[in-house]
Design a protein around this ligand. Structure first.
Ligand code: NAD
Length: 500
């Protein structure tokens, strides 16, 4: 029996034997709408569920509920809020396999990757739960004397949290964890491709006892109608967005009208640098994971693999051999390493990029073709880039497509790595600590993995610079994205209080 069998939502879908609510979650109840849209399984091209399609009016109802709940939720005692988080964490843990199955069904990622995402997601949730009891202020004497400075924090207020499809639970848990722990209420908007994971997440918070209105969930085919309505309402005080740089920039423009606090986790163009003294076997192993995890659809994926000429041939030979061994298929099948691309449109985009590269005489070392059959698969592909004058260079590939570049020096590697408007994650492989530190410091990126291709951690500040975003998620800073400093100037007359 699945742990979600007891759901009392009026409308549920059965997804791989798991009941998932299909309505919108507003003010503590699930509700259908007049219209629905289809959630597709990218591995089969078939329908998984029909879910309610929200309009701008629903978004304002959700904001009404979040606004009503804000004062009470923000005043909850830290211990009580933390206890509720711990209850939710345990319930999430009990549903681990439900989440993994639902994520694989709607995003296509291999079950092992869904399980790994689940582990990281609840790690973030627990991290924020632990922070609730550790939010301290400061106390100081006023500069001229006669008063005291008491500085503390208060919740920003109702938030809009917008998440993408590529890590549906991680993005939901990372954002909602921080916002709710800080005492904010939230209107969440999940991606059209993956609304079911968010629904299961919110249902679990409901079951844990989060009060009505504290968290609300919308999914829609008309995202702009939701953001226009909510960002156009001055009661909203914060938008936290993860997605493409274009949409992030658009939302920042909207947020400017009401001077709404904004955090942005946007696109990446990750350089993966392998220097001449690197452990090549380690670099190959990490590059395969960093590039092909989630079929390359990760903001922190290795977008440009930059090889020092001294190890370029050895790396290329070993990397291509490993990539050829990757098994492509339905994420529910045993031994599958690479699942489908999220949609037919995205799969075709990758096909066009590779076809254009081939037409220009580009060298394809592995893969290069879409895979026949149902679903939207593309062969794990490796290409050698002799020029940077191609659309494959400078674009966020977001696909199982590795591009290999060769450089002649450490300085050239750094210059090429920084030659992008993005600045999310970079990687450097070297055995020399001196070089590791010096090169990392020169890379204009928010995060640098040294001799590792995976670095997400609840205890670390995740985020980018330049066009990759504003603000950080996780680490000590993450919760402060949802808190405002509050300063009390406290008059103290010592003579009157104590006497002379
Ligand atoms: P996207 O920008 O198209 O969509 C992201 C989310 O925004 C979805 O929920 C979508 O429905 C919504 N959206 C789109 N237009 C909107 C609008 N006008 N108003 C409100 N919401 C709107 O991105 P995507 O294709 O789903 O995701 C891939 C992108 O996300 C990549 O660029 C990737 O690098 C980025 N990403 C970044 C991070 C990070 O932490 N920096 C993490 C994951 C993904």
């Amino acid at each position: 029996m699945s742990s979600t069998d007891s759901l009392d939502s009026p409308a549920v879908a059965l997804v791989h034997g798991r009941k998932v609510p299909t309505g919108l979650y507003i003010d503590g109840t699930w509700r259908p709408t007049g219209a629905t849209f289809t959630v597709a399984d990218p591995a089969e091209g078939t329908a998984v569920a029909e879910v309610a399609d929200a309009t701008g009016e629903h978004a304002l109802e959700a904001l009404d509920a979040a606004t009503r709940a804000q004062e009470d939720w923000g005043a909850w005692a830290p211990r009580a809020r933390a206890e509720l988080f711990h209850t939710a964490h345990q319930l999430l843990q009990d549903r681990a396999e439900d989440f993994a199955a639902v994520m694989t069904a709607e995003s296509g990622k291999p079950l092992a990757e869904s399980r790994a995402e689940f582990g990281l997601s609840i790690g973030f949730f627990r991290w924020y739960a632990e922070q609730i009891g550790h939010l301290h202020g400061t106390y100081a004497h006023g500069s001229p004397g006669g008063y005291r400075i008491v500085a503390t924090h208060q919740p920003v207020g109702p938030c809009l949290l917008i998440t993408p499809w590529n890590f549906p639970l991680l993005m939901s848990a990372r954002k909602a964890g921080a916002a709710l722990a800080a005492g904010c209420t939230a209107v969440m908007k999940s991606a059209q491709e993956t609304p079911l994971t968010g629904a299961l997440f919110v249902q679990t918070l409901h079951d844990a006892g989060f009060p009505p209105g504290v968290v609300n969930l919308l999914h829609t085919t008309t995202s702009a109608a939701i953001s226009d309505a909510v960002l156009g309402d001055a009661r909203l005080r914060k938008v936290s967005f993860t997605g493409s740089t274009g949409v992030g920039s658009h939302l920042l423009g909207k947020a400017a009208n009401n001077i709404v606090n904004a955090s942005m986790e946007l696109g990446g163009d990750g350089p993966f640098i392998v220097l001449d003294d690197a452990d090549v076997d380690l670099a190959v192993e990490q590059a395969v994971v960093c590039k092909f995890r989630n079929a390359g659809q990760a903001c922190v994926a290795a977008n440009r693999i930059i090889l020092h000429e001294a190890i370029a041939e050895e790396f290329t030979e070993k990397f291509v051999a490993q990539v050829r061994k990757l098994r492509v298929g339905n994420g529910f099948s045993d031994g599958v390493d690479v699942g489908p691309i999220i949609s037919e449109r995205q799969r075709d985009r990758v096909g066009e990029l590779v076809a254009a590269f081939r037409q220009q005489g580009g060298e394809i070392l592995a893969g290069g073709e879409p895979v026949d059959g149902p679903g939207y698969f593309f062969e794990p592909t490796v290409v050698r880039m002799d020029t940077r004058d191609h659309t494959l260079c400078g674009e966020e590939l977001f696909a199982p497509l590795a591009t290999l570049y060769t450089v002649g020096s450490v300085r050239q590697a750094i210059e090429f790595a920084n030659d992008t408007h993005y600045g999310l994650a970079a990687y450097v492989f070297t055995r020399d600590l001196n070089r590791a530190v010096a090169v990392s410091e020169k890379l204009d990126f928010g995060m640098v993995g040294v001799n590792r291709g995976i670095m997400a951690d609840p205890a670390a500040p995740f985020g980018g610079v330049k066009s990759s975003g504003l603000g950080r998620e996780g680490g000590h800073d993450g919760i402060y994205e949802f808190l405002e400093p509050k300063y009390l100037a406290l008059t103290i007359d010592e003579t009157e209080a104590i006497g002379v």
